[in-house]
Design a protein around this ligand. Sequence first.
Ligand code: IMP
Length: 184
Amino acid sequence: MIFVTSNTYKFKEAQQIMSIKLKQSHINVPEIQSDSITEIAAESARYAYEQLGEPCFVEDSGLFIHELHGFPGPYSKYVYYTIGLHGVLKIMAGKRNRGAEFRSAVAYVDSSGVKTFLGRAYGELAEEPRGSGGFGYDPIFIPLKNTKTFAEDPEYKNKVSHRQHALKQLADYLSIGEKPSKHL
Ligand code: IMP
């Protein structure tokens, strides 16, 4: 199964989660501008299928901060590379509601069309970056029922992450299952 992504971290996580062998495709897929990560992923999947002519999936994801009405959401990558973690934490300084969620939209495509799956992970923002694992906003995201950030506990991340939830739905759809996860 081909996962079209240039993000090596995403690919690694997906391979740890899925039981079938994944192949990474680096083809350059344009991302449409939309408020919906599902729409973005679906369009990218259509484009990828046109290029590859083989079943494949793409993923679009982001961090949605509740107090900021979902910002940065679909613009997470841009915000990460502009103001970064410290910029986001600065905007959040003094705010009492630090609730946030990651969302992952996986779009699978084959000759019968595109099918999308949405996964979420709920938590809250840390006061400062902690941990060196993972990527992106992992150092400032503390999932529910844990005190460590995703970057401090990548193993836990793979069991509860937005990506895990979306990929599990894809695996169910394809009837291939995912890797059995250790007891939490
Ligand atoms: P895109 O899906 O390539 O548009 O990138 C989404 C951006 O959201 C990434 O560049 C990260 O900054 C952020 N992001 C998405 N998923 C995760 C995650 O699992 N951990 C941390 N940051 C993430």
